[in-house]
Design a protein around this ligand. Structure first.
Ligand SMILES: Cc1ncc(COP(=O)(O)O)c(C=O)c1O
Length: 416
């Protein structure tokens, strides 16, 4: 019964592949097996059309035009804020700040909340599996005001050590910031559990979740999770690049000062003093990524139409297939074997550098990422400088995996 359901879902999902024009193209004369959605996902036609339509039929600046085109686009833009809130289960659109990407969302929290509410000697806890986007901004704060950074270790399978986490908590800990789904290992971290541990220890502990991968591979609900901040980026969610989201609890956003100044975020400016709009607008200085916001709205409509649970189920089935196939290859090691894992297959092959593997796969029409995946501390912990990463999206299928495996056999013929 369960198996029948999975097959049915997988079949259901496969029809959506045709919605992505780029997947009908070729690379080096081979069908494109796009296995780099973890870096950036491809875009469905509806997203492309929604953005084109704005430029063709109703483009202007927003929040400032008295004329119809501007007012209509302003309404469409603000409707996306509500749509994002609904999509991630936020209490209201006031929780949603539009940013350029996830990286900017984290920098916003660091520069605004961190600089205002943290003091020298305060401790923040990250994990050893963070993307550089959730390390470097905190290091800048450390160098600036003297906060102390601690890290939660992970084990051989890529699972965070929550007992070690509890031991790291002290009366000086003010914030825990961690990745929902590791982009390098695929581990799905127990977000709710980590937040509970943090808040049980100290109810005013703040928690930031880097949901860059999480939002694209699972259904999320801010009110259930009780995160203080959650960031993600539109381009991994089948939307455009140039748009990201910072979710923040309303009272926190209200207490935080703006971190960039300029037009659109002010109430009144004189040379003596400036007053700011309420959150979220006070964080959105200057002309925003208008068309990108519309594209993000279309992407949310698109994935909501399929269902995040169905997408997760499809990717889980494919992950199991891919894992089995890769394990059959002699000398191949998969890095990241946590039982709760999203569609990411990070691996190395004895005696062959990941960059060489990536280049040969490219010739076979297979797009993967080879490198440190912006997780150098994680790689150091694994004793590696790079892995090959095949990452899945809703449009991925067994043919993509088969093409990858065929390419890897070619790699082995050439190098071994
Ligand atoms: C886990 C994680 N965090 C943060 C980022 C940064 O995303 P962006 O470059 O869109 O800000 C990425 C992108 O690869 C990611 O995978």
């Amino acid at each position: 019964m369960a198996a029948e359901r999975v097959i049915e879902m997988a079949a259901d999902i496969s029809k959506y592949r045709d919605d992505f024009p780029v997947l009908q193209t070729q690379m080096h004369g081979k069908p494109l097996a796009f296995l780099d959605s973890g870096a950036s996902a491809q875009k469905p036609q509806t997203v492309i059309d929604a953005m084109n339509n704005v430029y063709k039929t109703g483009y202007s600046n927003i929040h400032r035009g008295l004329y119809e085109v501007s007012q209509n686009l302003t309404a469409d833009y603000e409707a996306v804020r509500s749509k994002v809130a609904g999509f991630i289960g936020a209490p209201s659109e006031k929780n949603i700040v539009f940013t350029g990407n996830a990286t900017e969302g984290i920098n916003l929290v660091v520069q605004s909340w961190g600089k205002t509410f943290l003091n020298r000697g305060d401790e923040i806890i990250l994990t050893e599996m963070e993307h550089h986007a959730n390390i470097v901004p905190w290091q800048m704060l450390r160098d600036d005001i003297g906060v102390v950074i601690k890290t939660i270790p992970f084990d051989k399978r890529g699972i965070l050590d929550l007992e070690a986490f509890e031991r790291l908590l002290t009366h000086k800990t003010r914030l825990v910031s961690f990745v929902h789904i590791s982009n390098a290992l695929g581990t799905v971290n127990p977000v709710k559990k980590i937040i509970e541990i943090a808040k049980d220890f100290y109810p005013d502990m703040r928690v930031l979740v880097d949901g860059s991968q999480g939002v694209a591979h699972s259904a999320i609900n801010m009110q259930e999770l009780d995160a203080d901040f959650y960031v993600f980026t539109g381009h991994k969610l089948y939307g455009p690049s140039g748009i990201g989201v910072l979710y923040g609890k309303e009272e926190l956003l209200n207490d935080m000062p703006p971190y960039k100044g300029g037009g659109d975020m002010i109430e009144r400016v004189t040379f003596n003093e400036t007053t700011y709009k309420a959150a979220p607008y006070k964080f959105e200085a200057g002309t925003p990524p208008i068309v990108e916001v519309i594209g993000l709205g279309a992407a949310i409509d698109y994935v909501s139409g399929i269902g995040m649970e169905s997408i997760a189920e499809h990717e889980a089935e494919l992950l199991a297939y891919g894992t089995e196939k890769l394990q059959e290859i002699d000398g191949l090691t998969i890095h990241g074997t946590a039982p709760d894992k999203a569609g990411i297959l990070s691996f190395t092959i004895d005696g062959t550098h990941p960059s060489d593997i990536g280049m040969i796969l490219d010739q076979c029409g297979v797009a993967v990422r080879a490198g440190h995946h912006c997780c150098m501390p994680l790689m150091e912990k694994l004793g590696l400088d790079a892995t090959v990463r095949a990452s899945l999206g809703l449009y991925s299928n067994k043919n993509d995996i088969d093409q990858l495996v065929e390419g890897l056999h070619k790699v082995k013929e050439m190098f071994q």
